[in-house]
Design a protein around this ligand. Sequence first.
Ligand SMILES: [Zn+2]
Length: 510
Amino acid sequence: MTARSRPLRPFWVDRVVDRWRSERRRRGRALYPRRVTRRCTPFVTGFAVLALALGGCAGSSDDTGRPDPPEDRPVVSLTYSMSSALDSMTGTERVTFTPDRRVCELVFRAWANKPLTASTGNSLTVRDVRVDGAALPLSVSAAGAPTGRPGTLVTARLPACSPAGTPVTADLSYAVTLGAGTDERIGYSPRDRIAWLGTAFPLLAWQRGVGWVTDPAVAVVGESATSEAFRLERLQVVAPAQDVVSGVGQEQGEPSSAPDGRRVHTFSADAVRDVTVTVGNIVRSTAKVGDTDIVLSLPRNGSRATAQEWTSRLTAAVTALEARFGPMPFPSLWISVLPAVTDGVEYPGAVQFSDVDPARERWLILHELAHMYFYGLVGNDQGRDPWLDEAFATYAEELVSATPNAADCRPAPSGVGRSLASFAGGAGKDDDYVDTVYEGGACALHRARAAGGAEAFDQAVREYMRTRAWTVAQPADLAYALRDLPEAVAVLRRAGALPPAAGTGSGVTG
Ligand SMILES: [Zn+2]
């Protein structure tokens, strides 16, 4: 199904997926035939006993031994210059990266031009890409963008090919238009005077060991961005003086004054894969959970829950996830509650949340924060292997909240390991995607854990997280971590999560 063969919906990715899941729950359409509401009670049987008794009751201690992000990771600097109405911005980007193979062009993705974001008026237009001061010839391909809109794939041909191992630095300028009331990762609310800018810059499309990732955007409720972890050397947001900015990583001092009276807000982050920023009439508050700073932003016009209620739920979620998966991979979590959007979208060290009641939507808080480990820390190609972050985030959410798992869960209707694009065109493609990748994927993981033994499985997952930290993982990497648990591997193979020949991965793919 193409993006234009049916009315476009003004929402996308986790937000949509998670909304459906919450609607199902509200409608009473059980995700599981039997619902167990307990914690560690002995009335469940079979796999569930194993899963709950051995793993679901107590948080595993975690000696992560995580490596630092790669020394030679890309380095990015961004400037966002906001318009007075917060309905557009102009941006600059400097990116330096060291390709591990010869390159003859530079490729960037303009994800704001994906079908469901473009349909609500958002756009990202790359004006120029320069290397050593010289503008490169640009080629922009739709790659899934609607006809007549800027494309998602921007290619800049280098004057001469550059050998592997040689750093390349490019300077870009670009313009972003925001869609009013967009129920999506990028947009703005004129009524509340808040803009949210997720993936609002040209994202370098390089993947170590793979090369340029150029898969078209598809109109399925999932995302297809892929990015190595990069060092965000500097993010400068130039915003009207009355506006507050919620950024990423560490804030670099107090905002300074620009010559035109606007304020310059500066941030940096050691390792992220993507960036979101919130600007406008918001109120920020901070809290500390262990070593993690939570920076919460609520609409100044009011929100369903108070800052205290949000902080309480966020704190509980961080504590629960850390008990099982180790310290949060990011020193700061920038949490934005947004007026026009639904449910949540994860970013490394940041989440965009809907204006929900966090006490009622505890699962949503857990799910999005679980993405800090599965997607943020252990990256994946979200178009090719969406289950590696979505199934794991759902699994983590359920494991931590002790939702029933192995015995009671609903298996995927088709292969868990399907790519996002493979769902395009099917009837009920979005429900199919959720059932297969989120729910079915989590079910496969719960059953693999029960089959392999919870303790051994947890240890293998920790090895996977440790060895693949700050990389873009592939299913073979998980198979390698599970190499001593053939029963678990067999479960994941049968579910189509791992390929038939899995178990022979090197564990080092780049
Ligand atoms: Zn998710």
